[in-house]
Design a protein around this ligand. Structure first.
Ligand SMILES: Cc1ncc(COP(=O)(O)O)c(C=O)c1O
Length: 411
């Protein structure tokens, strides 16, 4: 048994075997995706779930369902995975970056407001590290400007904002089942929504535009009579092939039943790290405002040790490793400073950013989102995705010892 064996168990095997025994390996015929969608939607108290092959394709399908296209702008945070910017560009629209809050590290609704233009079509708040964004002002802005809100809850399973589950507040919510996430299918994802029209559009986009899909059913190949008719026209919409294999859905069905347990474990591990640094003035944990429930994807803190104790980020991380720490994870670069964005290495000659529609209007570079730029290099993430609390205690102790070690140096 490896140290990762806790991730999957007997239930997963049982459902995978069901798929293999049935001989139906695709969601266009099998029922495993349907079962996962229903179980997930039920847990989140929403009407529709549409499985996908990643938490990037989910975001793409949501933008397509929101009719985002050439000439549009989509606001997403400067600090997040590149996926939100890429799917926007994939729709021939332009990502507009909003700055973050220095304490929660999530998108700052005030900066979202400043970034709205007549071209804005959608907002993609991202619930970073498991903490929900401040959704009320974002939804108010959306209402005022007639915008679609797509919550990226890839890292925020069962996080809550004043009693509401993250992913159920916007018009659509997107989750990733990639292996670092609270529940996993290896790779995969799901979109949830209460809007039947959007659900149907998402599913159609994720199933190469098949006209026969509905909000809740993608089993297009069950209509054998249609496939046996040379006059059958399949594609009434545009789209991509973003379906989740049945075998992966089988794993997801077993995982969703244990989702609460997985989230609670991460929350306990988060608390262990928080206790380890409670007397440390230079490691400032992500602030969890009153009324929020943190899903604790990772324990993240802003490291101010360079200024306070004269120890670099890497110096602190090395010492953590020496005390049996598994490694400290850094935050992604601010999205617009990644080489692909800074040099606009997109379709053809930098399309859509260098197309006549947008030419000369897109300016990405240092200084655009100053809070994100100053916070990003200081962030330290500690894994909550651990097998058990004994393993977690070793990591939390390593952090406590590191803090004590440098404390001893200072005093
Ligand atoms: C915040 C966030 N959004 C989107 C994604 C994309 O998910 P996936 O890796 O499943 O495409 C991830 C995963 O890395 C993520 O952390």
């Amino acid at each position: 048994m490896t140290d990762k064996a806790w991730r999957f168990g007997e239930e997963e095997l049982k459902y995978v075997k069901e798929v293999l025994d049935s001989g139906l390996g695709a969601s266009t015929e099998g029922t495993m995706n349907e079962r996962l969608e229903q179980a997930f939607a039920e847990r989140f108290g929403v009407q529709h779930g549409i499985t996908h092959n990643s938490g990037t394709s989910t975001l793409h399908a949501c933008l397509a369902a929101a009719d985002v296209g050439p000439g549009d702008e989509v606001i997403s945070p400067a600090l997040t995975v590149i996926s939100t910017a890429f799917v926007t560009l994939h729709q021939n629209a332009v990502p507009v970056f909003a700055d973050i809050d220095p304490e929660t590290f999530n998108v700052d609704p005030e900066d979202v407001r400043r970034k709205i233009t007549p071209r804005t079509k959608a907002i993609m708040p991202v619930h970073l590290y498991g903490l929900p964004c401040d959704m009320a002002p974002i939804m108010a802005l959306a209402e005022e400007h007639n915008l679609v809100v797509i919550e990226d809850a890839a890292q925020c399973f069962l996080g809550q904002y004043y009693g509401r589950l993250a992913g159920t507040i916007g018009h659509m919510g997107s989750f990733s089942f990639e292996n670092t996430k609270h529940m996993s299918t290896g790779d995969g994802g799901i979109v949830i929504t209460d809007d039947e029209r959007l659900a149907q559009k998402v599913r159609q986009f994720a199933c190469i535009g098949f006209g026969d899909v509905t909000a809740d059913n993608g089993q297009v190949r069950k209509k054998t009579f249609a496939f046996q008719d040379p006059n059958y026209k399949r594609h009434t919409g545009f789209g991509w092939q973003y379906r989740l294999p049945e075998v992966a859905a089988a794993v997801g069905l077993a995982q969703v039943a244990r989702l609460d347990e997985y989230v609670e474990k991460r929350q306990r591990i988060w608390q262990m790290y928080a206790e380890a640094v409670e007397d440390c003035s230079y490691l400032i944990p992500q602030k969890v405002p009153e009324g929020y429930v943190n899903a604790c994807w990772t324990f993240v803190a802003r490291y101010e040790g360079e200024a306070e104790i004269g120890v670099s980020w890497h110096g602190f991380a090395e010492r953590f490793g020496a005390f049996s720490g598994e490694g400290i994870y850094a935050a992604w670069s601010v999205a617009y400073l990644e080489p692909v964005m800074a040099e606009q290495r997109f379709y053809g000659n930098g399309c859509p950013v260098r197309c006549p529609l947008y030419e000369g209007q897109v300016e990405w570079g240092p200084g655009l989102c100053p809070v994100a730029e100053s916070v990003q290099p200081k962030l330290m993430q500690f894994k909550c995705n651990l097998g058990d609390l004994t393993e977690a205690q070793i990591q939390a102790d390593a952090l406590r010892e590191t803090v004590e070690f440098f404390g001893a140096l200072v005093h």
